[in-house]
Ligand binder design. Structure first.
Ligand code: NAD
Length: 500
């Protein structure tokens, strides 16, 4: 551990921090048109970090006008791919140069361990920006296979103005997954962070200007869903709407797109992912450790949390004993403590929601084998113990609904077919895991699981090279990889008559 990674060092840095709290429109920080603000509260200890601009319809109009003007001016949209690449690479470098500050903002704002914010969120955001930037000048358009009398060109064009609405669990990373491909393709972007975690992307906007992004190409509007998000979703001059968040809000935003100008709309939504352990898995201890970190990492506030653990009944009791052992080690601590396995829940609302699901689990007869309580490693903060319910009925509320907290439901099964049926019997389809040493079974299960990502003998694999997204009500469209560009471009067919 470096001396700069100690609790005291992070605390000192936090004391010196002066977060940006205004909206970012047309290349500068401005107050909300109404002058309204809302308190930004740290879930670590309940401290108010500052008053953030509370944007609404008038701010949306301003930001859309700025984004449209920038797009039409062409300083970004018509810039050569290699020049766009250089500017995005510079932004990635600036994120790297300011990594500790960004990690700290993330941790203070939404409660995750600062070391995770630094080594996962900020690192992955840098990789996303870098990978996407590198791809910009390597993507070719197409020529249609025509006869000699005509030429058919198939070209990608940017959508224009893209609104991106993102959640609070990985604020900088979810923003980067949208921002990087949208900018790479030449769009102007208006980003609405969650009201629970606006700080890191406000700093990112400042870095984008420093990197050379023209004014108006990237705007940030902090504010609430109803008052800032919805006017964006309904705006007649927004061409694309990309969203990461809950399925309920995603469905609503699809309606907003339909009710307004049929803007292109892509939703990345919730999950209730099955992690399936067969008795023939090679290393059950490793699987048990992954089962615990798969649900407790980031306080369980992960769209791909391994929230349903399906275990072969013949090994279940011994296996769950080990999952409990690993879970016990993941008690929440102050997020600045080196090696803290869990930090704080994002806020009081989310804490209450998780605790009410725990209560519901007990009422519905599941057997609590670990945790179940709010705890207080830091006075005034929002902390919930790692919690495991065994023998959960597949029909129980806690095994059907997304809890978005550190609560694991263990469901036994007796056959491969039964495991598959339970795994797929959910409105969601984001991710699934399979633990087995039988190659045929691994392939069979991977093919039959209705999920956008399937992991065999590990959990949460993947990088920028593969698309990420959901089947069913976990969403449409894909983030990451070259497939992400599809969301931010129109395909144009241009036909040229070459006949004499
Ligand atoms: P949420 O749906 O409550 O909010 C997400 C964003 O939408 C926020 O910025 C919020 O202000 C905004 N919003 C809320 N109501 C709105 C409205 N009526 N109009 C416009 N905008 C509105 O979700 P959350 O609580 O921030 O995040 C948790 C959810 O995100 C979970 O369901 C999780 O699974 C999902 N998630 C999915 C992915 C993925 O890639 N599929 C990744 C991370 C999180």
């Amino acid at each position: 551990m470096r001396s700069t990674d100690t609790f005291e060092a992070w605390q000192e840095r936090a004391d010196l921090l002066r977060p940006r709290l205004q909206a970012f429109v047309d290349g500068r920080f401005v107050d909300a048109a109404s002058g309204k603000t809302f308190d930004c509260i740290s879930p670590i200890d309940g401290r108010v970090l500052g008053q953030v601009a509370d944007c609404a319809a008038e701010d949306v109009d301003r930001a859309v006008l700025s984004a449209r003007t920038a797009f039409d001016a062409g300083h970004w949209s018509n810039l050569s791919p290699s020049k766009r690449k250089r500017i995005l690479l510079r932004l990635a470098q600036l994120v790297q140069d300011n990594a500790e500050e960004l990690a700290l903002l993330e941790s203070l704002d939404m409660g995750k361990p600062v070391s995770d914010a630094l080594h996962v969120d900020v690192s992955a955001s840098i990789r996303c920006l870098t990978w996407t930037a590198e791809a910009i000048d390597k993507v070719y358009d197409e020529v249609a296979p025509t006869g000699p009398g005509e030429l058919g060109l198939i070209t990608r064009e940017p959508l224009g103005v893209v609104a991106a609405i993102v959640p609070w669990n990985f604020p900088l990373l979810m923003a980067s997954w949208k921002l990087a491909p949208a900018l790479a393709m030449g769009n102007s972007v208006i980003l609405k962070p969650s009201e629970k975690s606006p700080l890191s992307v406000l700093r990112l906007a400042e870095l984008a200007i420093e990197a050379g992004l023209p004014h108006g190409v990237f705007n940030v509007l902090p504010g609430f869903g109803k008052t800032a998000g919805e006017p964006l979703a309904l705006h007649m001059d927004v061409d694309g709407l990309v969203f990461t968040g809950s399925t309920a809000v995603g469905k609503h935003l699809l309606q907003c797109a339909g009710r307004s100008n049929m803007k292109r709309a892509y939703m990345e939504c919730g999950g209730k992912s099955p992690n399936i352990v067969f008795a023939d898995a090679d290393n059950l201890r490793h699987a048990a450790k992954a089962a615990a970190s798969g649900i407790f990492y980031n306080q369980g506030e992960v769209c791909t949390a391994a929230s349903r653990l399906l275990v072969d009944r013949s090994i279940k009791d011994a296996f769950i004993e080990q999952v409990v052992e690993f879970g016990q080690r993941m008690q929440p601590r102050h997020p600045f403590e080196p090696g803290a396995p869990m930090g704080a829940m994002v806020d009081e609302d989310q804490t209450g929601r998780v605790l009410s699901y725990i209560e519901r689990g007990q009422e519905e007869g599941a057997r609590l084998v670990l945790g179940g309580n709010r705890v207080h490693p830091v006075a005034g903060g929002c902390y919930v113990e790692p919690t495991i319910f065994d023998d959960v009925a597949h029909e129980a509320t806690i095994s059907r609904e997304e809890i978005f907290g550190p609560v694991l439901s263990v469901i036994p099964f007796d056959s491969e077919d039964e495991a598959l049926r339970i795994a797929n019997d959910t409105p969601y389809g984001l991710a699934a895991g399979v633990w087995t040493s039988d190659l045929n079974r691994a392939h069979r299960m991977a093919r039959r699981l209705r999920a956008g990502s399937v992991w065999v003998n590990y959990w949460d694999g993947g990088d920028m090279t593969a698309p990420f997204g959901g089947y069913k009500q976990s969403g449409n469209g894909r983030d990451k990889s070259l497939h992400a560009f599809d969301k931010y471009t129109e395909l144009k067919a241009t036909w040229i008559n070459l006949a004499d």
